[in-house]
Design a protein around this ligand. Structure first.
Ligand SMILES: [Zn+2]
Length: 285
């Protein structure tokens, strides 16, 4: 009987697509958007250092690991298996049975998953085992940072400003505070002429779907100290690593643990004092 078999999580269950996530949300094999960030090195971040092939980021599949996973699946399934490794951002696992052949598609994060996770993956694909789906779901959650952004960045990125180089500041912060693990992108925002004096100004922002940090170009001035720009970048990097929490049903962008971690920034007090002293000048710039 050649038929198509769609496993419980192969398609988003209606109303359960956990794109927003949050505590108490059903465990699902779909990542939260805020965690959906690219793992594959983005050529635009390296353009000044190394030549990478142009175009979209690519995944480099370890063929030995792919073959090993195929063997595990074939052993459990007792039939031939076709395995595709994907860089999907929504569907992490899918499989179907066609003419006696199991056709499976799995995200590349599973190729170097620990043995227990791979075993669970195999059990999940073969028997849709509930306990196995929990193990697999947890692994996907923990590896959300390896899932590429759900929307590619369309605007060109500019990191070298007239005065300040965002990429070098970003890289220093990444090493000092995040062990080099943050792979968000960064760019100067668009320069726009203010028609009338500003009343507020947003110095930095973070877009989770593009996993992109934008820094306001008013900061690209010789009189703006590097530690202040670093502080703004550091704050946005925290948004990248700490998804908004949903305590008390309210979306909190800066929950207490966020603020506590922000205070770990070396020049925290100094940066706040500088902002206080220069906010008027920033608004007029
Ligand atoms: Zn913020």
């Amino acid at each position: 009987m050649a038929g198509q078999m769609v496993f419980p999580f192969a398609q988003p269950p209606p109303g359960r697509l956990s794109r927003a996530g949050g505590k108490g949300a059903p465990l699902s094999l779909w990542p939260r958007v805020s965690r959906a960030v690219v793992r594959v090195p983005d050529p635009r971040h390296h353009q000044f250092h190394i030549d990478l092939p142009a175009g979209q980021p690519q995944i480099y599949v370890h063929e030995g690991a792919r073959q090993a996973l195929i063997r595990r699946l074939e052993l459990a399934q007792k039939r031939p298996v076709l395995l595709s490794v994907t860089d999907n951002y929504r569907q992490m696992i899918s499989s179907s049975l066609r003419e006696g052949i199991l056709q499976a598609r799995v995200h590349h994060m599973f190729l170097d998953a620990p043995a227990v996770v791979q075993e669970a993956l195999v059990r999940y694909v073969v028997t849709q085992d509930r306990a196995a789906s929990l193990v697999v779901g947890r692994y996907i959650d923990e590896n959300g940072h390896r899932i590429r952004a759900s929307r590619p960045v369309s605007t060109p990125l500019t990191t070298q400003g007239r005065t300040h180089d965002l990429l070098s500041l970003f890289q220093k912060l990444n090493l000092s505070y995040f062990g080099g693990a943050v792979d968000a992108l960064i760019t100067w925002g668009k320069r726009t002429k203010a028609k009338k004096p500003r009343r507020t100004i947003k110095l930095g922002s973070y877009s989770a779907v593009e996993r992109l940090i934008r820094i306001h170009p008013v900061l690209d001035r010789p009189w703006v100290p590097r530690y202040f720009i670093s502080y703004v970048i550091y704050h946005e990097m925290l948004h990248h690593v700490m998804p908004a929490s949903h305590g008390n049903g309210r979306r909190m962008l800066h929950p207490p643990q966020f603020l506590a971690r922000e205070r770990l920034f070396r020049d925290y007090e100094r940066a706040l004092a500088w902002e206080q002293a220069h906010v008027t000048r920033l608004l007029r710039t």
